[in-house]
Design a protein. Structure first.
Length: 270
DNA sequence: CCACGCTCCTGCGCGC
DNA sequence: TGCGCGCAGGAGCGTG
């Protein structure tokens, strides 16, 4: 389940290997991802050097002079640079070929996406109305405070709203709220400025910690089957229903919010 | 504008 | 042992 740190690690590894390299072909084995993979990618991209490989929210963007290839990993997607001779596995849906190497999208559940956008990237409908990046200065306590006024939505759903702040997935939403000692059902509009500042700091540190944990195995993630046990950092709340809170020893509870499991400590989080 | 719930898909874990 | 059910989740989108 790639969250923002995993996506960013993937971006760094691939950018290092493929920036400046020229695409020689594109092979689509299964175009039925979240959206149909557009036809004609091989014609659009062959001969194009990769100018940049960037990220916006959880979208990875391969930039060429001809346009942008937008990739989303969904729930189960992985994107890896492999020797072109690497055997095809089930669910290897798309290859961007660079001579004797290949950038391969593997995605069992097909929640991912591969899109083509010839124009300026900020114009793309999926990217246009995204909120701020969580690891930039634009995301601070007063931003969260101002954005949340009058909003009755539980804070957990609010921080997962990509129109507000991008890249906070289900796991890190629970973890950040635990660290900030905020109950996930608290109405967003009722949080004080001080609590918004605390929450922003904890969202940042949660993401940064995961990034640091992943950074150490960067090479594996990009080049090998590795990646198992990857971000198995110590969660405080996520997935720990019925276990003891690591801070107070109380029970970690699970509730469903927005059709998603939410974990919290009823004693620590108010 | 806001709140909420449906939907896509496959792999896995659990219960019988 | 084996089968089948239900859950897991990113995020766009439709509905009220």
């Amino acid at each position: 389940m790639p969250e923002l740190p995993e996506v960013e690690i993937t971006r760094r590894g691939i950018a290092e290997l493929l920036t400046g390299q020229t695409i020689t072909n594109v092979v689509v084995r299964n175009d039925r991802l979240r959206y149909p993979v557009p036809a004609g990618l091989a014609e659009q991209l062959s001969g194009q050097p990769v100018l940049r490989f960037v990220r916006r929210a959880k979208y990875l963007i391969l930039e060429t002079a001809a346009g942008h290839l937008i990739v989303h990993l969904g729930m189960t997607g992985t994107l890896r640079v492999l020797p072109a001779s690497t055997p095809i596995r089930l669910h290897d849906h798309v290859d961007i070929v660079f001579g004797d190497r290949v950038l391969r999208l593997h995605d069992p559940r097909r929640f991912g996406a591969v899109l083509w956008h010839p124009g300026p990237i900020d114009d793309h409908p999926l990217l246009r109305s995204l909120g701020v990046e969580p690891l930039t200065d634009a995301f601070d306590g007063s931003y969260l405070f101002n954005a949340s006024r009058q909003r009755k939505t539980p804070i957990k759903l609010f921080i997962m709203d990509a129109a507000v702040v991008v890249g906070v997935g289900n796991i890190y939403a629970s973890e950040s709220l635990f660290r900030a000692r905020i109950h996930p059902k608290t109405a967003a509009g009722r949080l004080s400025l001080a609590r918004c500042e605390r929450l922003v700091a904890e969202i940042r540190s949660t993401l940064t910690d995961a990034l640091a944990a992943g950074g150490s195995t960067l090479r594996d993630f990009v080049a090998s089957d590795g990646a198992r046990g990857y971000f198995q950092q110590q969660y405080f709340a996520y997935g720990r229903e019925g276990e003891a809170c690591r801070v107070c020893g109380g029970d970690i509870r699970r509730v469903v919010m927005g059709q998603r499991s939410t974990f919290y400590c009823a004693a620590c989080q108010r």
